[in-house]
Design a protein around this ligand. Structure first.
Ligand code: ZEM
Length: 302
């Protein structure tokens, strides 16, 4: 006779390598009525991006491997302010699936969030390992500063190995989410549908059809850092100086116009470039095990 399910069975961890179960559980926690615009999807996308965006192709350091944001050295970087919320929301998922590494969990969460918010399927491969201490955390200052301009964007993204088209495709993620003055100093959303993946960012920033803006972006008059505002759609939307740089720069702007007009091209290109982003710096361990594969004693396996 089959014994009744015990409490222990119900709470037992999922089968190692059952990433479908993890995907489902991530999807199930995205709606959070009391958080921002009702979804943690945007901040999870930003977590996956910041986990990956420290990569340096020349020195092969940084990137999504390691989950260094668990340590103050990386997690305490002012550029990562606010991402502790994203990590905390994912903690119950980690508890339920203890075999998954944080590095895999954070990148997968970004991929699931993009899809659930109406975006494309992004290819995701498991096998990232977690650092066992903070000795391999990348130096601070590798993430972009929204107060700067096109040359800065190129400096940061070329370092990771991206080209101009890829920079513009990645920036389309700013259809999602918002700025928080207590995190970055900037304030407000880029689009009127910040929990829906869309081409709206390009349609807002573009000055030509199919632009959604009738009037020009103007500097916001406030105490905070320089940002741009537009109220044509009935609510105040924002652009960072780096966002405006995309439409001002002659090599970036054709891509902004292309993606504003061609939803399919944007979805395809975003899927490719986001998949590339979350592969940066990955040192794969196909046992999919969260047990550390690095150890000081072992002389740090490469
Ligand atoms: Zn962002 N981003 N980003 N970004 N980003 C913010 C928020 C979000 C830049 C940037 O300075 C900022 C990419 C690229 C760049 C998202 C995704 C991606 C914020 C607001 C700032 C200031 C943070 C806050 O206050 O909470 C700059 C300069 C970038 C260079 C191009 C790329 C690439 C992204 C993913 C592919 C997302 C989803 C958010 C919204 C987060 C949230 O909490 O709502």
């Amino acid at each position: 006779p089959s014994a009744p399910k015990t409490q222990k069975d119900a709470a037992s961890p999922s089968r190692k390598g059952d990433f479908e179960a993890v995907r489902k559980d991530i999807a199930s926690i995205l709606d959070q009525p009391d958080y921002d615009d009702g979804s943690i999807g945007p901040v999870l996308v930003r977590l996956a991006w910041h986990a990956s965006g420290t990569y340096c192709a020349e020195t092969k350091t940084g990137g999504s491997n390691g989950a260094g944001m668990r340590y103050e050295a990386e997690g305490g970087d002012p550029a990562n302010a606010g991402l502790e919320h994203a990590r905390r929301f994912l903690e119950p998922i980690k508890e339920k699936h203890p075999w998954i590494t944080y590095a895999d969990l954070w990148t997968l969460a970004g991929v699931v969030a993009v899809k659930e918010m109406g975006g494309p399927d992004v290819k995701w491969k498991p096998g990232r390992t977690d650092f066992v201490d903070d000795s391999k955390c990348p130096p601070r200052g590798r993430l972009p500063d929204g107060a700067l301009a096109a040359d800065h964007l190129r400096h940061i993204f070329y370092r990771m190995g991206f080209n101009d088209q890829e920079i513009v495709a990645l920036a389309g993620a700013h259809s999602l989410g918002r700025c928080h003055s207590d995190r970055s100093g900037f304030e407000g959303p880029w689009s009127v549908t910040p929990t829906k993946f869309s081409t709206q960012y390009y349609k807002m920033v573009s000055p030509e059809p199919p632009s959604l803006t009738k009037f020009k972006w103007e500097k916001k008059v406030w105490e905070g850092p320089v940002q741009f505002k537009n109220e044509d759609l009935g609510e105040e939307l924002m652009m960072l100086p780096t966002d405006m740089a995309l439409i001002e720069d002659p090599k970036f702007s054709p891509w902004v116009k292309k993606y504003a007009e061609d939803r399919e091209a944007f979805y395809d290109d975003f899927a490719k470039v986001f998949a590339k982003l979350i592969e940066l710096g990955v040192e794969r361990n196909d046992s999919y095990d969260s047990a550390p594969t690095f150890s000081k004693e072992a002389g740090d396996a490469k």
